[in-house]
Design a protein around this ligand. Structure first.
Ligand code: LLP
Length: 417
């Protein structure tokens, strides 16, 4: 079910018209549907029922603490990649014992924070990281629970910037070196081996790459077991894609069923780290048309959201649907480049979109609940957008729009000037 739907010619989130949110808070504003978030999470929970599992929502997709709190209440664990994300999970009431920590560059301080918090597992991405973690845990008098993240050298068939499972990518240990690294880990005094981890990329729209990676990981698991390495879980990462336009990704139920065909008999707890497929369809970015402008070759709709608010179109040439909140029929249909106020030619939300527009109209960018606000910045000294969560017929401001004072906070001129 789509929790963003049209009622009386106006787009609503659950029972709240988006015009009411824009009127109350201005634009640009991110709007999330609490019911959509829950439904997207529960699709995974239902597909995994009956098998030992942990769903670790990838915090990087949308880290607003209201989002994390809602998922924590539904029983989610979390996949984090920084001390900042750990702090958010804890502030949101998340259970540290259900947190896995991924990422190639964990600092000593981040390791110590996560060890003290008592997280479920570190997904260790290199032998050097393993050695540092052993030392940090030893200094704290603790033992670090560890999975090694292996890189299976599989082409995920996604945008090159978000493919992570090829040998040329910086992620994970080459799978051929994993066995030796597990042997080293076993000999370390402050490391507890918990499992094997793998993540091959994001916005995957086919199951075949997941299954190919899993086949390689299953071979490794058999070897590790032959070596006597004690394993408790298998973490297969995230990466299931969503439909932004004409993509046709399998639903979570099919994806989980494909994994379970191979994993149910392993006797291991199955961990997954979905981000986008939980958050993307649960959010839109609301923006208002400031000006219409045309030249010899193009029509431009200049809106008040820009690449600093939503980077995906500029960074990955990502196509995201742009819809009028209150469709009008009294303006000619034109093919618009929908662009923001930032001083870069790459600052667009969409190009060549057929729309009927007048200045002042509200637009919304669909699928913006994942990698939207979390990738936003203050480029061009633009305050970051407000975030709103809708639940039924109520809406709650879950992050205030930044102010000019927020922008200047912490800066100062040189002394004596
Ligand atoms: N686990 C690990 C170790 C990851 O690196 C990622 C995403 C995930 C889980 C979650 O993947 P998901 O289920 O969301 O696909 N900014 C990009 C996406 C970057 C994803 C990076 N890693 C975008 O806007 O498309």
């Amino acid at each position: 079910m789509d929790h963003f739907h049209s009622e009386h010619n106006e787009l609503c989130c659950e029972s709240v018209p988006l015009t009411a949110i824009a009127r109350a808070l201005g634009t640009p504003t991110y709007v999330y549907s609490s019911a959509a978030l829950a439904a997207n999470y529960l699709a995974y929970a239902e597909a995994l029922a009956g098998t030992d599992h942990l769903i670790c929502y990838a915090v990087k997709a949308n880290s607003n603490i209201a989002v994390l709190n809602q998922l924590a209440r539904l029983g989610a664990g979390f996949d984090i990649v920084s001390g900042g994300e750990l702090a958010r999970v804890l502030a949101a009431g998340g259970d540290p014992a259900r947190v896995v920590f991924s990422g190639v560059g964990k600092s000593t301080a981040e390791m110590a924070e996560a060890l003290r918090a008592g997280i479920h597992c570190f997904n260790v991405e290199s032998a050097a990281e393993l050695e540092r973690l052993d030392r940090v845990a030893g200094e704290l008098g603790l033992r670090a629970p560890v999975s090694l993240r292996v890189n299976p050298d599989i082409d995920a068939g996604t945008h090159p910037y978000i493919a992570t499972g090829l040998a040329e990518n910086k992620f994970g240990l080459p799978i051929g070196e994993a066995r030796a690294c597990y042997a080293r880990a076993r000999a370390m005094r402050h490391i507890d081996i918990r499992g094997v981890d793998c993540h091959i990329g994001s916005q995957l729209t086919a199951l075949a790459p997941f299954e190919a990676a899993l086949q390689r990981v299953l071979l490794l698991i058999a070897e590790l077991r032959a070596d006597g390495v004690p394993l408790r879980h298998l973490d297969l990462g995230g990466g299931l894609g969503v439909r932004y336009g004409d993509e046709n990704p399998p639903p979570p139920a099919d994806y989980v069923a494909a994994l379970r065909r191979h994993t149910d008999t392993l006797g291991l707890c199955l961990l997954i780290e979905p981000g986008r497929s939980i958050a993307a369809s649960a959010g839109v970015l609301l923006t208002r048309v400031e000006y219409l402008k045309e030249n010899q070759s193009r029509h431009f709709a200049i809106v008040d959201a820009a690449m600093n608010d939503l980077l995906r179109p500029a960074l990955y040439q990502a196509w995201m649907a742009i819809e009028p909140v209150t469709p009008r029929h009294d303006a000619p249909e034109r093919r618009y480049d929908v662009v923001g106020p930032v001083c870069e030619t790459g600052d667009f939300l969409g190009r060549g979109r057929s729309l009927r527009l007048a200045a002042g109209d509200l637009l919304c960018v669909r699928g913006a609940g994942a990698y939207g606000f979390t990738m936003s910045s203050n480029y061009n000294s633009r305050p970051r957008a407000a975030e709103v969560m809708v639940a039924g017929d109520r809406f709650h401001v879950v992050r205030d729009r930044e102010t000019t004072a927020d922008l200047l906070r912490g800066e100062r001129p040189l002394p004596g000037s």
